[in-house]
Design a protein around this ligand. Structure first.
Ligand code: SAM
Length: 210
């Protein structure tokens, strides 16, 4: 939890409590339904919560905006972002029902009114969103196919509406067909070694492959 306080200093008491609750909730749920590896559970705040919040450093979300998290698994990056932006609407989807059960239970225990978690394949999602966020689901080629026509055309944020994807390592090959992709290094925001290779890729709406 100290990792969160270190980089986000304007949290309300409610947000602090919600972030603090995450550890107990995920420890409990992880025993019933495995959504986080045992090794990672000890690093929950750094590797899952703070990592998810890297998206917020790149683009804070406005009140009233709509965000879709595809392949959310146990709720990452969607749940930490929903705590940080209580006035933003989040739809979290995953094709595996058990994982969505964990997300629903965690969101309910935290009293998050801005989260809807649904078992669904990305391709089936209807509606338009300001941003589509994700981590560790698929390559950008497939992801852009899944997300086509799901991004609202009118941009209200500093970055154009589009995809904000948490990725790691060398992305030159994966992104070679996406000249409009912009890569933000999380090491510019967070100084823990874990973030040395971690990035947020922003792909604006008009991401026609080259
Ligand atoms: C490696 S996990 C990552 C989970 C989470 N995003 C995280 O970073 O902790 C990938 C998740 O993507 C989901 N997934 C894969 N393909 C999907 C699709 N087409 N639609 C929805 N979810 C999908 C899987 O069920 C799995 O939970």
């Amino acid at each position: 939890m100290k990792e969160i306080n270190k980089y986000f200093d304007l949290l309300s008491q409610r947000q602090i409590e919600q972030f603090e609750q995450l550890e107990g909730l995920y420890r409990d749920w992880n025993q019933k339904i495995n959504v986080i590896s045992r090794k990672d559970m000890d690093e929950l705040y750094e590797r899952h919560v703070l990592h998810s919040l890297g998206i917020a450093k790149v683009q804070p979300f406005l009140a009233g905006s709509k965000i879709l998290d595809i392949g959310t698994g146990g709720g990452f990056p969607g749940i930490p972002l929903a705590i940080l932006f209580p006035e933003t609407e989040f739809l979290l989807v995953d094709s595996i029902g058990k994982k969505i059960t964990v997300v629903q239970e965690v969101a309910q225990a935290l009293g998050l009114k801005n989260v809807k978690a649904v078992q669904m394949r990305a391709e089936q999602v209807k509606g338009e969103f300001d941003f589509i966020v994700s981590r560790a689901v698929t390559k950008m080629d497939d992801f852009t196919k899944w997300t086509k026509n799901k991004i609202r055309k009118k941009s209200l944020h500093e970055l154009s509406n589009g995809i904000l994807y948490l990725k790691g390592g060398d992305l030159s090959e994966e992104l070679q067909h996406f000249p409009k992709a912009k890569v933000f290094a999380l090491s510019d925001y967070f100084d823990e070694a874990f973030f040395e290779t971690k990035k947020v890729v922003h792909l604006p709406l008009k991401y026609k492959p080259a």
